[in-house]
Ligand binder design. Sequence first.
Ligand code: IMP
Ligand code: MG
Length: 181
Amino acid sequence: MSQPDYTITQLISAKSIAARIEELAQEIQEQFKGTDKLIVVGLLRGSFVFIADLVRELNLPVEVDFLEASSYGDGTESSKEVRILKDLRGEISGRDVLVVEDIVDTGFTLSHVVNLLSTRNPKNIKTIALLDKPSRREVEIKATWTGFEIPDEFVVGYGIDYAQRNRNLPFIGCVEFNTKS
Ligand code: IMP
Ligand code: MG
């Protein structure tokens, strides 16, 4: 296999992510205190590490479900057409829902998913994104909770990939593409 033509520089350390998740979990717990059973919906695949760490900080009865929506394919450009590749297993009618996303970039994915789930009569839908790139927004949407706002950089790690690689890095790093001379 050939060497990747990019390098990765750390942007957010594993320790900073863990500290931020503790803070976010406190706020989420406050919001959903007394909720019968919260359904935490992870958007595959990028949110799998985040949701795993987040739910373990939540001292609430939670149910975990997953939904997969297509966005980037294997490139670095978002597509505006969002398709549902894998739907939820459970019903959300009358329930509190927390949608967990890795990054809000153009906003197409999160807004599409929230619109879709809204048609299923949930009691309430809140959203959380680990990362937000506000400068890239094309659809007006803001997650209820955001871990970190970041500049317009392509990032990997902590569940987030570039062409299906680097999801296993424990930190968030920026991808710098090497231009051959
Ligand atoms: P949006 O629909 O443009 O908001 O795109 C959201 C999705 O694109 C996220 O869930 C990510 O899977 C992916 N994405 C956005 N920015 C990045 C990035 O910097 N690295 C890797 N994936 C990204
Ligand atoms: Mg995603």
